[in-house]
Design a protein around this ligand. Structure first.
Ligand SMILES: [Zn+2]
Length: 67
């Protein structure tokens, strides 16, 4: 809940979805979920985690050290 302060009116979409990763219930999203991607929805926690690990970069594998 860090960024709930400055944006007084942020449109949230209410619904009843499930996180594809941990199975947690998702009742609202900051964006309208694409029906084609309902199976890939992630709760806030998982979303943040995947973003974090994305930045951390643990062996992405570029073919630079090939051999
Ligand atoms: Zn989750």
């Amino acid at each position: 809940m860090a960024y709930d302060n400055n944006f007084g009116e942020r449109k949230m979409f209410q619904g009843n979805w499930k996180c594809a990763k941990c199975g947690a219930e998702i009742t609202q999203l900051p964006f309208e979920p694409d029906p084609a991607r309902l199976g890939q929805l992630q709760c806030r926690d998982c979303h943040r985690k995947s973003r974090d690990s994305f930045r951390g970069g643990n062996g992405g594998g570029g073919g630079r050290n090939f051999r």
